[in-house]
Design a protein around this ligand. Sequence first.
Ligand SMILES: [Zn+2]
Length: 228
Amino acid sequence: MTDFAAASGLGQKAGIALAATGLALTVTVPVTGPVMATPAPGQAASAVSAAPQPEVTAEAAAQIDFSRSSVVTQGDPDGKLKQLLSAQSAGSITRAASAGSLGPPLAQLATVSPFGFRVSPITGGSGDFHRGQDFAAQCGTSVLAAASGTVTFVGWHQYGGGNRVVVDHGNGLETTYNHLSSANVKMGQTVNRGDVVALSGTTGASTGCHLHFEVQVNGEVVDPSGWL
Ligand SMILES: [Zn+2]
Protein backbone atom coordinates (compact mmCIF):
# COMPACT_ATOMS: atom_id res chain seq x y z
CA MET A 1 0.00 0.00 0.00
CA THR A 2 2.71 2.38 0.97
CA ASP A 3 4.70 1.59 -2.13
CA PHE A 4 1.71 2.21 -4.36
CA ALA A 5 0.91 5.52 -2.71
CA ALA A 6 4.49 6.64 -2.87
CA ALA A 7 4.82 5.78 -6.53
CA SER A 8 1.55 7.36 -7.56
CA GLY A 9 2.88 10.87 -8.05
CA LEU A 10 2.88 11.61 -11.74
CA GLY A 11 5.81 13.93 -11.48
CA GLN A 12 7.76 11.40 -9.57
CA LYS A 13 7.02 8.70 -12.13
CA ALA A 14 8.06 10.98 -14.96
CA GLY A 15 11.21 11.81 -13.09
CA ILE A 16 12.02 8.18 -12.59
CA ALA A 17 11.31 7.43 -16.22
CA LEU A 18 13.53 10.29 -17.28
CA ALA A 19 16.32 9.14 -15.00
CA ALA A 20 15.94 5.59 -16.25
CA THR A 21 16.47 6.61 -19.86
CA GLY A 22 19.74 8.30 -19.01
CA LEU A 23 18.45 11.21 -21.04
CA ALA A 24 20.01 14.41 -19.87
CA LEU A 25 19.09 17.76 -21.29
CA THR A 26 21.19 20.78 -20.51
CA VAL A 27 18.81 23.65 -19.99
CA THR A 28 20.13 27.16 -20.31
CA VAL A 29 18.18 29.78 -18.44
CA PRO A 30 19.44 33.33 -18.94
CA VAL A 31 20.44 34.97 -15.68
CA THR A 32 19.65 38.42 -16.92
CA GLY A 33 16.84 40.28 -15.22
CA PRO A 34 13.39 40.90 -16.63
CA VAL A 35 13.37 42.68 -19.94
CA MET A 36 11.46 45.86 -19.35
CA ALA A 37 9.42 47.25 -22.15
CA THR A 38 10.03 50.92 -22.74
CA PRO A 39 7.18 52.72 -21.04
CA ALA A 40 5.06 54.87 -23.25
CA PRO A 41 5.28 58.57 -22.43
CA GLY A 42 3.34 59.33 -19.28
CA GLN A 43 2.89 55.65 -18.39
CA ALA A 44 4.43 54.13 -15.30
CA ALA A 45 7.07 51.55 -16.00
CA SER A 46 5.46 49.00 -13.69
CA ALA A 47 2.29 48.97 -15.76
CA VAL A 48 4.02 47.56 -18.80
CA SER A 49 6.59 45.31 -17.20
CA ALA A 50 5.89 41.73 -18.12
CA ALA A 51 7.08 38.53 -16.53
CA PRO A 52 10.02 37.35 -18.59
CA GLN A 53 9.76 34.15 -20.56
CA PRO A 54 13.10 32.50 -19.94
CA GLU A 55 14.61 31.16 -23.08
CA VAL A 56 14.99 27.42 -22.61
CA THR A 57 17.23 25.69 -25.05
CA ALA A 58 18.85 22.32 -25.22
CA GLU A 59 22.52 22.28 -26.01
CA ALA A 60 23.18 21.41 -29.61
CA ALA A 61 25.07 18.34 -28.49
CA ALA A 62 22.18 16.96 -26.43
CA GLN A 63 21.27 13.50 -27.66
CA ILE A 64 17.59 12.81 -27.72
CA ASP A 65 16.36 9.30 -28.25
CA PHE A 66 12.92 9.90 -29.65
CA SER A 67 11.50 6.50 -28.91
CA ARG A 68 12.42 6.95 -25.28
CA SER A 69 11.49 10.57 -24.94
CA SER A 70 8.08 9.82 -26.38
CA VAL A 71 7.54 7.34 -23.57
CA VAL A 72 8.36 10.06 -21.09
CA THR A 73 6.09 12.63 -22.68
CA GLN A 74 3.21 10.17 -23.00
CA GLY A 75 3.61 9.80 -19.28
CA ASP A 76 2.45 7.11 -16.98
CA PRO A 77 0.01 4.67 -18.62
CA ASP A 78 -1.84 4.74 -15.31
CA GLY A 79 -2.07 8.52 -15.48
CA LYS A 80 -5.72 8.74 -16.41
CA LEU A 81 -6.74 6.24 -13.74
CA LYS A 82 -4.66 7.92 -11.06
CA GLN A 83 -6.09 11.30 -11.93
CA LEU A 84 -9.61 9.90 -11.67
CA LEU A 85 -8.96 8.13 -8.39
CA SER A 86 -7.15 11.03 -6.78
CA ALA A 87 -9.99 13.40 -7.59
CA GLN A 88 -12.81 11.23 -6.28
CA SER A 89 -13.70 7.83 -4.90
CA ALA A 90 -14.18 5.14 -7.53
CA GLY A 91 -17.89 5.02 -6.74
CA SER A 92 -18.58 8.52 -8.00
CA ILE A 93 -16.78 8.17 -11.32
CA THR A 94 -19.04 8.21 -14.36
CA ARG A 95 -18.78 5.65 -17.12
CA ALA A 96 -17.80 8.36 -19.56
CA ALA A 97 -14.89 9.31 -17.34
CA SER A 98 -13.78 5.78 -16.49
CA ALA A 99 -13.78 4.40 -20.04
CA GLY A 100 -10.27 3.59 -21.15
CA SER A 101 -8.72 4.06 -17.74
CA LEU A 102 -7.95 0.36 -17.25
CA GLY A 103 -5.66 -1.56 -19.54
CA PRO A 104 -6.64 -4.84 -21.21
CA PRO A 105 -6.23 -7.93 -19.00
CA LEU A 106 -5.19 -9.94 -22.07
CA ALA A 107 -3.08 -8.93 -25.02
CA GLN A 108 -6.13 -9.57 -27.23
CA LEU A 109 -9.62 -8.99 -25.94
CA ALA A 110 -12.50 -10.95 -27.45
CA THR A 111 -15.59 -10.92 -25.27
CA VAL A 112 -17.40 -14.25 -25.06
CA SER A 113 -19.86 -13.27 -22.33
CA PRO A 114 -20.67 -9.75 -21.13
CA PHE A 115 -21.38 -8.50 -17.62
CA GLY A 116 -24.93 -8.69 -16.32
CA PHE A 117 -27.93 -10.99 -16.42
CA ARG A 118 -27.68 -14.00 -18.71
CA VAL A 119 -28.60 -17.64 -19.07
CA SER A 120 -26.24 -19.57 -16.84
CA PRO A 121 -23.72 -21.65 -18.80
CA ILE A 122 -23.50 -23.92 -15.75
CA THR A 123 -27.15 -24.47 -14.78
CA GLY A 124 -28.93 -23.39 -17.96
CA GLY A 125 -31.21 -21.30 -15.78
CA SER A 126 -32.14 -17.76 -16.67
CA GLY A 127 -31.59 -14.81 -14.39
CA ASP A 128 -28.00 -15.68 -13.69
CA PHE A 129 -26.11 -12.53 -12.84
CA HIS A 130 -22.71 -12.60 -14.46
CA ARG A 131 -20.41 -10.67 -12.18
CA GLY A 132 -17.67 -10.04 -14.70
CA GLN A 133 -16.79 -10.05 -18.35
CA ASP A 134 -15.50 -13.22 -20.01
CA PHE A 135 -12.77 -13.03 -22.58
CA ALA A 136 -11.62 -15.80 -24.87
CA ALA A 137 -8.26 -17.15 -23.77
CA GLN A 138 -6.67 -20.51 -24.37
CA CYS A 139 -5.47 -22.06 -21.13
CA GLY A 140 -2.00 -20.79 -20.34
CA THR A 141 -2.47 -17.32 -21.86
CA SER A 142 -0.75 -14.48 -20.00
CA VAL A 143 -3.17 -12.51 -17.83
CA LEU A 144 -2.15 -8.89 -17.40
CA ALA A 145 -2.67 -6.43 -14.56
CA ALA A 146 -5.21 -3.87 -15.78
CA ALA A 147 -3.42 -1.13 -13.85
CA SER A 148 -0.76 -0.79 -11.21
CA GLY A 149 -1.71 -1.82 -7.73
CA THR A 150 -1.18 -4.24 -4.89
CA VAL A 151 -2.07 -7.91 -5.01
CA THR A 152 -4.55 -8.48 -2.17
CA PHE A 153 -5.64 -12.05 -2.90
CA VAL A 154 -4.09 -15.09 -4.52
CA GLY A 155 -5.94 -18.33 -3.98
CA TRP A 156 -9.07 -20.36 -4.39
CA HIS A 157 -12.33 -18.46 -4.75
CA GLN A 158 -15.02 -20.48 -3.00
CA TYR A 159 -17.86 -19.01 -5.09
CA GLY A 160 -16.82 -20.39 -8.45
CA GLY A 161 -13.91 -18.20 -9.49
CA GLY A 162 -11.45 -21.04 -9.12
CA ASN A 163 -7.89 -19.82 -8.86
CA ARG A 164 -8.22 -16.10 -8.47
CA VAL A 165 -6.00 -13.04 -8.22
CA VAL A 166 -7.25 -9.70 -6.91
CA VAL A 167 -5.40 -6.43 -7.45
CA ASP A 168 -6.29 -3.35 -5.41
CA HIS A 169 -5.74 -0.12 -7.32
CA GLY A 170 -6.62 2.16 -4.44
CA ASN A 171 -9.58 4.44 -3.69
CA GLY A 172 -12.08 1.61 -3.82
CA LEU A 173 -11.12 0.16 -7.21
CA GLU A 174 -10.16 -3.50 -7.55
CA THR A 175 -9.82 -5.92 -10.45
CA THR A 176 -10.10 -9.69 -10.21
CA TYR A 177 -8.82 -12.41 -12.54
CA ASN A 178 -10.50 -15.81 -12.34
CA HIS A 179 -10.43 -19.48 -13.45
CA LEU A 180 -6.63 -19.21 -13.61
CA SER A 181 -4.37 -22.18 -14.14
CA SER A 182 -1.57 -20.57 -12.14
CA ALA A 183 -0.63 -17.30 -10.48
CA ASN A 184 2.60 -15.42 -11.07
CA VAL A 185 2.24 -13.06 -8.10
CA LYS A 186 2.11 -13.24 -4.32
CA MET A 187 -0.09 -11.50 -1.79
CA GLY A 188 1.14 -8.00 -1.04
CA GLN A 189 3.15 -7.74 -4.23
CA THR A 190 3.10 -4.47 -6.12
CA VAL A 191 2.35 -4.83 -9.82
CA ASN A 192 2.46 -2.47 -12.73
CA ARG A 193 -0.06 -2.19 -15.53
CA GLY A 194 0.57 -4.94 -18.07
CA ASP A 195 2.53 -7.19 -15.70
CA VAL A 196 1.73 -10.87 -16.10
CA VAL A 197 -0.12 -11.73 -12.90
CA ALA A 198 -1.26 -15.21 -13.89
CA LEU A 199 -1.94 -17.70 -16.66
CA SER A 200 -5.51 -18.30 -17.75
CA GLY A 201 -7.27 -21.58 -17.13
CA THR A 202 -10.62 -23.16 -16.46
CA THR A 203 -10.59 -23.77 -12.71
CA GLY A 204 -13.74 -23.31 -10.61
CA ALA A 205 -17.19 -22.90 -12.15
CA SER A 206 -16.02 -22.76 -15.74
CA THR A 207 -17.01 -24.64 -18.86
CA GLY A 208 -13.77 -24.09 -20.74
CA CYS A 209 -10.59 -22.05 -20.90
CA HIS A 210 -11.31 -18.33 -20.66
CA LEU A 211 -10.65 -15.33 -18.45
CA HIS A 212 -13.39 -14.05 -16.17
CA PHE A 213 -12.41 -10.46 -15.40
CA GLU A 214 -14.13 -8.35 -12.77
CA VAL A 215 -13.99 -4.71 -11.81
CA GLN A 216 -15.13 -3.88 -8.29
CA VAL A 217 -15.93 -0.44 -7.00
CA ASN A 218 -16.14 -0.23 -3.23
CA GLY A 219 -16.67 -4.00 -3.14
CA GLU A 220 -19.48 -4.07 -5.72
CA VAL A 221 -18.96 -5.51 -9.17
CA VAL A 222 -19.49 -3.12 -12.08
CA ASP A 223 -19.43 -3.63 -15.83
CA PRO A 224 -15.76 -3.94 -16.83
CA SER A 225 -16.56 -2.62 -20.30
CA GLY A 226 -17.13 0.75 -18.67
CA TRP A 227 -13.52 0.84 -17.55
CA LEU A 228 -11.66 -0.79 -20.44
ZN1 LIG B 1 -17.42 -15.14 -16.27
